[in-house]
Design a protein around this ligand. Structure first.
Ligand SMILES: *Cc1c(COP(=O)(O)O)cnc(C)c1O
Length: 353
């Protein structure tokens, strides 16, 4: 049966990428596996270099003072690494969901955190707007896409302070002026590759300003000076991320995939809006093109709907426990056809009910 993978993360990857990645596990370099050669050998050093170049190129950040790193520890490690490297006295954070909240908690270990705004009181179903960022903040931190709640920042504030963004679940999905940000991070497993690698893109001139001593593994400058190879990098995750970035470049880059992502989002949201059996969770103006969150208006249909979903080969549709209901994650590699299958199930339920 053809499967349609709406998993929120780890998520769907392009079939051609999985094919090439699996071949490299068996034979990457003259009969040796990608997993058994030195990370300092030329074939792997080339992979790391290529992955870093592709990331900057796709984001339009080449030659603009940025460095790309592939680190370990997931986006969650970046919650503390950002603060460790950049928080001297006080930083400003926008609280738009569980992940922002976790970032705030970690930053508080290292300094004062000023929450510029929060939508916690509404279970994060919208993105706060119209807040001010104090100009004496060491940096401003936001989360571009709230994976759990299905909201997405459509605009970013203008500020003179360094801008940091957790783009774990929508990096490479839409065109943004990425040069607005001084530091961007993203766990690979949402839109780029397998779990185990985290992309960090940082403008070098924001570093080196805190007075604390930074352990080498936590120090962006040390990681930059070693080209993401301070220690053994997650070779498989970096290689597979590189393949996904090549796949995206061949498709026409972010501009091309954004068109597809918009079509997918339009298809699901129009069904959610028109079908009386479903209700969207997040505010219409802030809806995520990556994660559509919705519930059934009639709980009695739960079993019928879920059986139909399973029979259609749909995977990973359950909502996060803090929201409930359903979440259709439509990352770059999910074809429009899969969203069509889900929408057909939703409209079939309406006909049956
Ligand atoms: C999944 C996710 C995280 C956590 O990522 P890990 O790599 O598991 O640490 C952080 N931020 C956002 C926006 C996410 O979607």
């Amino acid at each position: 049966m053809k499967r349609h993978n709406f998993s929120a993360g780890p998520c769907i990857l392009p079939g051609s990428v999985l094919q090439k990645a699996s071949e490299a596990v068996i034979n990457f370099d003259n009969g040796l596996s990608l997993l058994e050669i030195s990370h300092r050998s030329k074939p792997f050093v080339d992979v790391m270099e290529n992955a870093r170049i592709l990331a900057l190129e796709l984001l339009g950040l080449e030659g603009k003072g940025y460095k790309a790193l592939f680190l370990q520890g997931g986006a969650s490690t970046q919650f503390l690494m950002v603060a460790f490297n950049m928080l001297e006295k006080r930083a400003s954070y926008l609280n738009t969901g569980t992940w922002s909240d976790n970032a705030i908690k970690q930053a508080k270990i290292y300094g004062d955190v000023f929450e510029v705004a929060s939508s916690k009181e509404a279970n994060y179903n919208y993105i706060p707007k119209g807040y001010d960022i104090p100009t004496d903040s060491d940096y401003f931190h936001c989360t571009s896409n709230n994976t759990i709640f299905g909201t997405q920042m459509k605009e970013f504030p203008n500020s003179s302070v360094p801008m940091v963004c957790d783009m774990s679940s929508d990096i490479f999905s839409r065109e943004i002026d990425f040069s607005k940000f001084d530091l961007i991070y993203a766990g690979a497993q949402k839109n780029m590759g397998p779990a185990g690698a985290t992309l960090v893109v940082v403008k070098e001139d924001v570093l080196g300003k805190v007075s604390r001593q930074i352990p080498s593994m936590m120090d962006y400058k040390a990681q930059i000076s070693k080209g993401s190879m301070f220690n053994t990098p997650p070779v498989f995750a970096v290689y597979t991320s590189m393949l996904t970035l090549e796949w995206l470049k061949d498709l026409g880059g972010i501009a091309a995939i954004e068109k597809e992502n918009n079509k997918k989002a339009q298809l699901i949201y129009s069904e959610i809006d028109l079908n009386p059996l479903f209700k969207g969770f997040s505010a219409k103006t802030d809806r995520s093109t990556m994660n559509a969150t919705f519930t059934l208006t009639n709980g009695d249909l739960k079993e019928t709907f879920e059986t139909m979903v399973n029979e259609a080969g749909i995977n990973g549709l359950s909502g996060h426990r803090s929201v409930g209901g359903y979440r259709a994650s439509m990352y770059n590699a999910l074809p429009l056809e899969s969203v069509g299958v889900l929408v057909d199930v939703m409209s079939e339920l309406e006909r049956k009910a």
